[in-house]
Design a protein around this ligand. Structure first.
Ligand code: ATP
Ligand code: MG
Length: 246
């Protein structure tokens, strides 16, 4: 790792400069945080699992025509991606009520919504990632109108696809968080692409039959068994966790 230029160290990943121009390497750590960094710990092997789950999800989304930053997985914990300018929004999709929404409205967790919700938080740790309405995003010019339309359409497509993907392996996709970025194409045009990661760190997955939580809530809520839950999600997706690094 030492020969690579470190660009940024976040809570779950380290970004390094990629070997090709305008690329970055995402290195997935085992570190886990919750409640805006108040709770800290590690989940053994999480980085390897999240790297491989993200690879699978980004690859499948690419196959259905969704532009992503993903280029290729390089090793157990690293993947090469196009460098993008991250739009400072957490794009949150909810299919079933859980977490902050359950608390805020006093609704029982697990209540299925009559239609999916897409909502936004401003990516700003110092402010605690506050929820931001769409009209604020547009008035503050965080996105253009065109970008907002594309974000909403693409996110809805991703939700439909991933709900089906996870339902097929007995998992209910309760909610999840996405990040988008602006990618400068070789043709001089700017494109909206899906960036960051998709893993049990950023979504809720419940077993359809047992209603068992198979995601970071196991860590957040001290339920135990987080390593096994992440491994089980990978296993059901058909991902091998055999190490490939020498
Ligand atoms: N293709 C990309 N180009 C540039 N930055 C990216 C790309 N994909 C993801 N990122 C950014 O890299 C960082 C990944 O690190 P990590 O997920 O650990 O951050 P974090 O601690 O969660 O902080 P943040 O609140 O910024 O997400 C994030 O800030 C994410 O927005
Ligand atoms: Mg992050």
């Amino acid at each position: 790792m030492s020969d690579k230029e470190k660009l940024y160290e976040g809570k779950a990943k380290i970004l390094y400069k990629g070997s090709r121009p305008n690329t970055i390497i995402q290195y997935f750590k085992d570190d886990a945080t919750a409640f805006n960094n108040v709770k800290k710990g590690t989940i053994a092997g999480k980085g390897i699992i999240n790297n491989k789950i993200t690879e699978l999800v980004m690859t499948r989304l690419g196959q259905i025509g969704i532009a992503t930053h993903f280029i290729e997985r390089l090793s157990d914990r690293e993947q090469l991606c196009h460098a993008v300018q991250i739009i400072p929004l957490e794009v949150i999709v909810r299919n079933t009520v859980a977490g902050t929404m359950a608390k805020k409205f006093g609704i029982e967790e697990g209540t299925r919504l009559s239609r999916p919700i897409i909502e936004f938080s401003l990516k700003d740790d110092a402010l605690g990632d506050p929820i931001i309405p769409e009209n604020h995003i547009l008035a503050l010019e965080i996105t253009t109108d065109e970008e907002m339309i594309e974000i909403l359409e693409t996110t809805a497509k991703i939700n439909d696809f991933l709900r089906g993907l996870f339902a097929g392996i007995g998992l209910e996709l309760i909610d999840f968080k996405l990040e988008y970025g602006r990618f400068n194409g070789e043709d001089g045009e700017q494109y909206l692409v899906l960036a960051d990661e998709f893993s049990p760190d950023n979504c809720r997955l419940w077993d359809f039959e047992t209603r068992e939580k198979m995601d970071k809530d196991r860590f957040r809520r001290d339920l135990g068994g987080e390593v096994e839950a992440y491994q089980e999600v990978a296993r059901r997706l058909g991902i091998s966790l055999e190490t490939e690094d020498k």
